[in-house]
Write a protein that binds this ligand. Structure first.
Ligand SMILES: [Zn+2]
Ligand SMILES: [Zn+2]
Length: 272
C-alpha cells in the first residue's frame, strides 16, 4: 500500500520517505477533497436540523442562541485572522476588493432586497404581508449558503487544517440558519412542509458551493476572498446583533468563548 505524506511516498509508516512523488500529491489532494465533501455535507445537514427544530422540536430552539453567539465569535475570528490574510496572500491586488464585494453582495441580498431580515425566530407577522417575501429571503440565504460551501471547499483546497477551521466556523451557525429560514417561510404564510424544505434548499446550496470548488479549484483565489467577505457579513451583521439583543452579559461572554475557542485551536494546530 502506498503511504503518502506531504507529497512524498513512504514504504511503511514511521520510515524515511522514499522520494517526493508527484502521484502522492494527487492522492493527498483527492483525500482532502473527499474530506471537504463529507464535512460540507455535515454543515449542510445542520441546516436541515435547524429546519427540523422549527417544525418538529420546539423547545430545543432556545439552545440555538448559544450556537449563534459561539458561531459569531468563531466565524469572525476565522474570517479576519485566517481567510482575509490568506486571500491577500493569494492575490494582494484582487483579495481586498473581492472581500468587500462579498460583503456588499450579502448586504444587497439579505438586507436591501429584503427590508426585514434577522436571525432567530420570525415573530413580526406585519412584515410579511407579501407571500413572496419568504422566497426572496430564501434567495438571499441561498447565495449566502453557497458561499458557506465555497469557504469550506476553498479552505481544504489550500490546506487540511485551514479547511477544518473554516468548517467548524461555518458549522456553528448552520442550525440557527436553517431554523431562521424555516421560520421566515412560516411567517410568510407557507406550510410547515415548505418551511422544512426551504432549509433543505440551503443545505443543497452549501453542498453545491463545496462541489464548485472541487470541480474548479482554480477559482479558489476568487472564491476564498468573496466567501471571506460573506463570512464577515454573516458574523458581524447577522449573528452579532442577535447576541447584542440578549439582556445581561452571559450571551456577550459566549461570543468571547467563540473567539477564545478559535485562538486555542489555532495555537494547538500545526502550522497551516
Ligand atoms: Zn422579524
Ligand atoms: Zn451560513
Amino acid at each position: 500500500m502506498r503511504i503518502c505524506l506531504a507529497g512524498a511516498e513512504y514504504r511503511s509508516a514511521g520510515m524515511k520517505p522514499l522520494r517526493p512523488a508527484p502521484g502522492c500529491v494527487i492522492d493527498e489532494l483527492r483525500a482532502m477533497l473527499k474530506t471537504s465533501l463529507i464535512l460540507g455535507a455535515i454543515a449542510a445537514l445542520a441546516d436541515v436540523a435547524g429546519g427540523l427544530v422549527l417544525v418538529r422540536a420546539r423547545g430545543v430552539d432556545r439552545y440555538l442562541r448559544y450556537f449563534v453567539a459561539l458561531g459569531a465569535g468563531f466565524l469572525m475570528s476565522t474570517a479576519l485572522l485566517e481567510m482575509t490574510p490568506e486571500s491577500i496572500r493569494l492575490s494582494a491586488r484582487l483579495g481586498p476588493p473581492l472581500i468587500m464585494a462579498g460583503y456588499c453582495a450579502m448586504h444587497l441580498l439579505e438586507h436591501t432586497i429584503n427590508a426585514h431580515f434577522h436571525y432567530g425566530e420570525e415573530t413580526h407577522a406585519g412584515e410579511f404581508v407579501s407571500r413572496h417575501t419568504g422566497y426572496s429571503v430564501l434567495g438571499g440565504l441561498g447565495v449566502h449558503s453557497l458561499f458557506d460551501g465555497v469557504a469550506i471547499g476553498s479552505g481544504f483546497a489550500l490546506s487540511n487544517w485551514l479547511g477544518w477551521l473554516i468548517f467548524l466556523a461555518i458549522l456553528l451557525h448552520k442550525a440557527p440558519e436553517g431554523f431562521t429560514m424555516a421560520s421566515v417561510m412560516l411567517a410568510s404564510g407557507r406550510s410547515r412542509a415548505t418551511a422544512f424544505y426551504s432549509a433543505v434548499v440551503l443545505a443543497a446550496a452549501t453542498l453545491a458551493g463545496v462541489l464548485v470548488i472541487q470541480l474548479a479549484p482554480r477559482w479558489v483565489p476568487y472564491g476564498l476572498p468573496v466567501s471571506a467577505g460573506v463570512a464577515l457579513y454573516v458574523a458581524g451583521t447577522d449573528l452579532v446583533p442577535e447576541v447584542n439583543r440578549e439582556p445581561g452579559i452571559r450571551m456577550a461572554l459566549v461570543f468571547f468563548a467563540g473567539v477564545a475557542g478559535f485562538l486555542l485551536l489555532r495555537t494547538l494546530l500545526p502550522q497551516l
